[in-house]
Design a protein around this ligand. Structure first.
Ligand code: PEP
Ligand code: MG
Length: 535
């Protein structure tokens, strides 16, 4: 039997299934005479729950680090939230009901309220408010809140997992997570990734699978229950190869990107959304070298608001805990079409109305994003980078808009931090005037995907020309060299964030050219580090 789902973290797991059943917390409504006593019970339970959360925070901090542990800080804060506590107290006082019932009802109300919000981040908080309410109820009922699986390591299958349940599980006993609900942005998914365990969501399983032998294929998003002998063999081999690859690379975590003769390079990671941050951290990237912010726009039916964007950038900055996060402004158009932008059909969209061209012609869209970025800048180290630049004039126009945005924020009393600003070098024009552009910006990041397309005059999407779309073309390599040299002459840094940056056959050449940073898919951070360290 094969169940299809959505993978939130790759890997292969083979083992027995254990369906995790939550104690059904049936909470009965009862009448209480002594309201004061009941309020005291809430107070005592709240303190106990806070202590438990603090302990969980410490445990998570050790096991999965700052970003994974943060959720328990959020829970502690929610537990202290005055509106939440007032609601519980008011119910008890006005209706003479028991504490358990007041907590359950308040939890449900708040969760519904969050779930109905437009903002994706706040939507996710519904699960958190339920989680803290269940904890409070468990404490009130004097029950143990630690979720348990048996002694044997198993594939944990559940309807959904609260973050506190995920982290309380003994990691050595969990082979994989499979849930019916949950989203790829949920903290559970993030934690699962950080814990380095394959995880699937949206799996519509049946209860009979409990206790059965199964395979979790975190690459294809499949749960294969009671596989045939040949399939099992095949997956055992796949798992062995994965483990070998991983353990070899794991040894490189925490190590510096330094050559044997002492030259250094930054290795950062490319991401498309918040949930990718976990694998950035897991692969020990030094920062985020390219956050393709257009994915925020692609996922929506209409323009994402300033607040929605702010929450995304803030979360990424916070999760990266001070490490550099380079966010690229909207790069819509060409291969990334969004209906609500109402863009005309063009003969040559790759050379058409796209990216910074849209932002400069429709500054309202641009300013919304810039405001969100600057607002988020106080939560970490954010840099902004502009795509598809062809002229100095464009950069000056951008700067003028940025100044307007900063002025507006200042006038509104909204704080923002120092933000490094750079441009992508992905057109031959930008390469040829990189000496002039270098005087205008703080850094360059070379987008070799587009640079190859425009230099070789080959549509990067045209499968027929795949064999001649050659990023190793001498023209492209010379351009990279030129850009790096011009950057250094003006004392700014230059990196590569196109796919070529992850090409380990060129790592040595890039380091020799003096490239300061390579930003690659998270899974390539350690392979590239390996090459650098062997140089
Ligand atoms: C590039 O063009 O190399 C790049 C990094 O940007 P994208 O692939 O998003 O166009
Ligand atoms: Mg590009």
């Amino acid at each position: 039997m094969v169940y299809e789902g959505k993978s939130v973290f790759s890997g292969i797991a083979i083992g027995k299934i254990a369906i995790l059943k939550k104690d059904n917390q049936s909470v009965k409504r009862t009448h209480v005479e002594n309201v004061e006593d009941e309020l005291k019970r809430v107070d005592v339970a709240r303190k106990e729950a806070a202590t438990q959360l603090q302990a969980l925070y410490q445990k998570a901090l050790q096991e999965v680090g700052e970003s994974g542990a943060m959720i328990f800080e959020v829970h502690q804060m929610m537990l202290e939230d005055q509106d939440y506590l007032d609601s519980i107290t008011n119910m008890i006082s006005s209706q003479h009901i028991n504490a358990e019932y007041a907590v359950a009802a308040t939890g449900d109300n708040f969760a519904q309220m969050f779930a109905a919000m437009d903002d994706d981040y706040l939507k996710e908080r519904a699960a958190d408010v339920k989680d803290i309410s269940e904890r409070l109820i468990s404490v009130l009922q004097g029950r143990d809140t630690s979720a348990g699986v048996g002694d044997e390591a198993t594939i944990v299958v559940a309807e959904d997992l609260a973050p506190s349940e995920t982290v309380q599980l003994d990691k050595s006993k969990v082979l994989a997570f499979v849930t019916r609900f949950g989203s790829s942005n949920s903290h559970t998914a993030i934690l699962a990734r950080t814990m380095n365990i394959p995880a699937l969501i949206s799996v519509d399983y049946q209860e009979e699978i409990n206790g059965k032998m199964a395979i979790v294929d975190g690459f294809a998003g499949k749960l294969i229950v009671e596989p045939e002998e040949a399939v099992l063999k095949e997956y055992e081999e796949k798992r062995r190869q994965e483990e070998e690859k991983r353990s070899l690379l794991q040894e490189l975590k925490g190590k510096e990107n330094v050559t044997t003769d002492g030259r250094r390079i930054n290795i950062y990671a490319n991401i498309g959304n918040v949930s990718d941050v976990a694998s950035v951290l897991q692969n020990d990237a030094g920062g985020i070298g390219l956050f393709r912010s257009e994915f925020i726009y692609l996922e929506k039916e209409t323009f994402p608001t300033e607040e929605e964007q702010f929450q995304v950038y803030k979360t990424v900055a916070e999760n990266m805990a001070g490490k550099k996060v380079i966010i690229r402004t909207l790069d819509i158009g060409a291969d990334k079409q969004v209906d609500y932008f109402g863009l005309d059909k063009e003969e040559n969209p790759a050379m058409g109305y796209r990216a910074i061209r849209i932002c400069l012609k429709q500054p309202d869209i641009f300013k919304t994003q810039l405001r969100a970025l600057f607002r988020a800048s106080i939560y970490g180290t954010i840099s902004i980078m502009y795509p598809m630049i062809i002229s100095v004039n464009e950069v000056r126009q951008i700067k003028a808009i940025v100044e307007e945005v900063k002025k507006e924020l200042t006038a509104e009393g909204i704080p923002f931090g120092e933000v490094e600003q750079g441009i992508m070098i992905e057109t031959p024009a930008a390469v040829m005037i990189s000496d002039l552009l270098a005087k205008e910006v703080d850094f360059f990041s070379i987008g070799t995907n587009d640079l190859t397309q425009y230099t070789l005059a080959i549509d990067r999407q045209n499968a027929k020309l795949d064999d001649i779309y050659d990023s190793h073309h001498e023209a492209v390599l010379r351009m990279i060299r030129m850009v790096v040299e011009n950057a250094h002459k003006e004392g700014i840094w230059a990196g590569i964030c196109g796919e070529l940056g992850a090409d380990t056959t060129l790592t040595e050449e890039f380091v020799n050219m003096g490239v300061d940073e390579l930003s690659v898919t998270p899974g390539f951070v350690l392979p590239v580090r390996k090459i650098v360290r062997e140089m």
